[in-house]
Design a protein around this ligand. Sequence first.
Ligand code: 26Q
Length: 804
Amino acid sequence: MNDRTSNDLDLDHELLTNVGVAPSEATPADLMRAVAQTPRQQLAERWVETQAAERAKGARRVYYLSMEFLIGRTLGNALAALELRPHAASAVHAHAHRLEDVEGEEADAALGNGGLGRLAACFLDSMATLGLPSFGYGIRYEYGMFAQDIVAGRQVEQPDPWLADGTPWEFPRAGISVPVNFGGWVEEVDGKPVWRHAGQVCAKAYDMVIPGHGTRKVSTLRLWKAAAPAHIDLHAFNSGDYARAAEVKNEFENISWVLYPNDSTPAGRELRLRQEYFFVAASVADILSRHLAEHGSLASLADKVAIHLNDTHPAISVAELMRLLTDEHGMAWADAWAQATRIFSYTNHTLMPEALETWPVALIQQVLPRHLQIILRINHELLSEAGRLRPGDDGFLRRLSLIDETGERRVRMAHLSVVGSHKVNGVSALHSQLLVKTIFADFAALWPDRFTNVTNGVTPRRWLAQANPGLAALLDSTLGDGWRLDLDRLRELRPHAEDPAFREAFMAVKRANKERLAAYVKRELGLALDPGSLFDVQVKRFHEYKRQLLNLLHVVGRYQAMLADPHVDWVPRTVIFAGKAASSYHLAKQIIHLIHDVGAVINADHRLKGRLKVVFVPNYGVSVAETIMPGADLSEQISTAGTEASGTGNMKLALNGALTIGTEDGANIEIRDQVGADNMFIFGHRAHEIAALNQGGYQPLRIYQNHPRVAAVLDSISGGRFSPGEPDRYRGVVDALLGGGDHYKLLADYDDYVAAHGRVDALYRERDEWARRAIANVAGMGPFSSDRTIREYATQIWRVRSLE
Ligand code: 26Q
């Protein structure tokens, strides 16, 4: 088929006909919309083409169900995938603007909290690029992840109305609207259960087309918006009461209003449960109607459909599919169950018991009465099977049960996900090992083959080609451009680490990226950074287990040591933090405040001669990350061993040439295996040693008493050294360590962490040696492409194949 679209952008025409402004008066935001039109049109053509090809082949597809897709901006990625970048750049230049500035006008699609949501976005990119027949399904939140303002050192959350000015990237599918029912009760009619629902919402489909790179294939991200059913509007219109009509409409439409934050402990909010069922019901109905249209019968469903659960958030789909197959389509229970367990697979993203999703039985009874019956039947059959295996072992049954009977009865969504899936995976080797040793040990005894590992990855298109054009150009001229689609090609960099000219070029790229980051910080915060200093970066959500506070303890310790010994030739450091705290997570917000207070004191202390700076970059998100990752020298991956399931920021930073200081946790271990232990700064207790500390009565107070340097750091914080106006401000933070038992073992790892920083300083003085090791990091990152990850899912779990 010949491509009729010209690749030359006619911006004046787009401005006049699509944006509705005179070309001479176009602002950068107008230009952004005008530039977007050409890729939008080409994506629409590719979407139609891809759908037709999949339908013609009767292809098996994977459906990736996720409450979160942290897409970020689309324009730059679309231009790259469609090979339109040079055309767009010259068209924008003709309007006396730079393409990067025009791209900067686009709002991030921040439909996710952090790692889990960004992983889903990287997976879409890889699924499209590999040509896998695939859909992502999620929610079209009106408001994404809150924007973070910092006011007097404290986090203030602002709404994120990312759709306020519209987005050029969505395709409303006016014809695709699915009714979703809620509430009511279940009756028996002729011996069959009938759900008499009490309420109904419409799910309306909005598609985002996900371009593949190096292929005309695309993937689809179908997001559902909640709308009042048409009859509601009609009713209000007839009665003439507009105010009441608006109120009623809101009750329906609030379902897709706002992304829920990833709280320290997920509260069982009813609206969140409604969101989960809303998008699951719409997605499963859409999957079944597509299957029936293409294949005519549900008998072949499991041959053509794979559904993946991104964490337990869409777990109710197991019950929903069973309901549709049995109640609506008359399939026998056993046949339906055999299909369901062939169709579903599930990824777990956390081991921490308090983060595992459960819902009160009473709430599910009220919102989804038929689903509760189905869950109880699944549970009955599970416990019967398990009882036959281990007769009389009541503890085993209690631990396996879908219902937690201790206290208020609750449904364990992880158990529902495991029982309903043929494969369950963790996201790094360590995490997957711990899963079968801890929270899923009983299920692993029952079904050992169900559990597997698929280590996370990141897309090299966004996280190297787009974020770091300088390094991308150096790689292109050194290795050719094949690494974009085959990241293992980075291995060929290894010999170049021995080439002084290459090292020079590599370090010049790093320097330019640090200058770009410094310019951003200057613009945002008015703070001047020294690009010659070591940029020490920790960017991620704020959580106690990620131990931003350990990093800060080192900063304070270093500050004290510098004051004690100002004439030592200290390696200049800029310690950069960024990340959001859940709005209800008091301690995490206190730590953000403390970083600001410490920064204010240190940055103003002239005795340091500018050799230590502390910066907090506000509103961390995908686009901010694209500026920070390339400018980092040192990547802080310092979670308590056994707590970070994988991490993906660790991969983005190493891929951009940062060296890691990290614990043996999550994917850090596999990164070390690939880049070499000599090229990382590993420290701290290992997972089994942390477990032993938990067994053996860990006493942080002992450490405090026996380590004067630790004591001096903690005393200065708790004594108000950094909050003179309110000396008690950080009592609570320090108390969590000394009085609260230091759950995440900061003090146990402090000494080793400080020692590791000593090795960092020593290496940084040896510029040449640092360059060698930074290059070794990039060279070792091939396996951490999400293309590798998705190939593993496709072959080992989903059994889907690329078209042709
Ligand atoms: C649950 C219930 C109610 C409200 C919110 C939530 C909720 C939302 C988001 C719970 C958890 C999340 C996000 C979890 C997450 O991002 N986990 C990270 O996943 C990454 C991708 O696998 C890993 O690399 C990280 O280690 C893991 O922390």
